[in-house]
Design a protein around this ligand. Structure first.
Ligand SMILES: [Zn+2]
Length: 353
């Protein structure tokens, strides 16, 4: 019996040295210290031994058990240390490194310009009116005085939507400008009091779409913002005053404006507005192509047909409208040379604003 215990101890300790991970350590424990291990069987048999042998065998068996348990605890500590070392090696963590900065979002550069425009016109009493991006030909063109086959449509080819039904000359399309919102807003307001429609002071912003050859100057999607003011006795003088004030607030007190006769189907008379170049103050520079002027917006007095279509009697009401492109304004201010940057979702560009 004593020899057997000697053997159990020796084999147990030797085989423990071979154990190299925690999983095998557990199976070693079951084999050498578990319920049905040879050592435990010795304890079970103690009762059957002659009385005088029992103390000696019992003491020896306990010694072996303690020796194995101690060795197990030591080996377990060694393995845990090794495993920690391995983890530290494979998942290096340098606590002295500064933390990673959280990426902070910000407004898109075109939206920053748009918000500035909102603030300026908000101060003048204009409210924001948002209109749908999917329109019918009727609202996008016809009610704005672009009859079917009108040559001005050439400039605004769109993306048409297959609705599955024959719609004749009123197909569904992505709006090419924010102006259909003028008709929707006028009709909504006129419906409040058809005999005396209320005055209109609105800013209409939003995304527009055109079937364009994409280049540094043209995109198939872009934002536009336009203004609409309707009331009694509104004159071209009011339009000029409003736009001059806008220019001074956006570019600085001294900025001069220039109105050039133009043509749009939905305004009459119509004008293009140039602002004195804010980079060279009119002296001439590459941005203004040495003219001293920057072409910023189109405007005019609302065409009587458009007033009529919106529910405002053109014999009684007059109004003006103007529109511009926030991307173009942003390009001029930051000297960005390619409009494609705006919707390319490249953070290297967007993070600069
Ligand atoms: Zn200039």
């Amino acid at each position: 019996m004593l020899d057997q215990l000697q053997q159990i101890e020796q084999i147990g300790l030797t085989s423990l040295e071979q154990v190299s991970d925690e999983e095998h350590l557990e199976s070693w424990r079951v084999s050498y210290l578990g319920r049905s291990s040879p050592l435990m069987q010795v304890f079970d048999k103690l009762g059957q031994l002659p009385k005088e042998e029992r103390p000696l065998i019992g003491r020896r068996a306990n010694e072996v058990k303690r020796a194995l348990e101690t060795a197990l605890a030591e080996q377990s500590a060694v393995l845990q240390h090794l495993s920690l070392e391995r983890t530290l090696q494979s998942q290096r963590l340098d606590v002295t490194l500064p933390g990673r900065r959280m990426a902070r979002g910000r407004l898109h550069p075109a939206m920053q310009t748009l918000r500035q425009i909102y603030r300026i016109f908000g101060d003048m009493g204009f409210q924001i009116y948002r209109s749908r991006e999917v329109e019918t030909d009727e609202f996008n063109f016809q009610l704005l005085n672009f009859p079917p086959n009108h040559p001005a449509r050439e400039m605004q080819d769109s993306y048409y939507i297959d609705t599955g039904t024959e719609r004749g000359d009123n197909p569904v399309l992505l709006r090419t400008h924010t102006s259909p919102g003028q008709i929707r807003a006028m009709r909504e307001l006129a419906a409040l009091n058809p005999d005396n429609p209320p005055a209109v002071r609105l800013i209409l912003p939003g995304m527009c779409y055109r079937y364009e050859q994409i280049s540094a100057r043209y995109e198939i999607q872009f934002t536009q913002v336009e203004g609409l003011a309707i009331g009694e006795h509104i004159t071209f003088g009011d339009l000029k005053g409003t736009i001059n004030d806008f220019g001074r607030r956006l570019f600085g007190q001294g900025v001069r404006t220039r109105f050039r006769a133009s043509h749009f189907p939905f305004t009459e008379p119509s004008a293009e507005v140039d602002f004195e170049c804010f980079l060279c103050n009119g002296a001439g520079c590459p941005v203004c192509k040495y003219t001293g002027w920057l072409e910023i917006m189109g405007c005019g007095m609302v065409h009587p047909v458009v007033l009529q279509n919106g529910g405002y009697d053109p014999a009684r009401y007059t109004g003006f409208a103007f529109g511009m492109g926030p991307e173009r304004l942003t390009m001029l201010r930051h000297r960005i040379e390619d409009i494609r940057y705006f919707w390319a979702n490249d953070l290297r560009f967007l993070e600069q604003f």
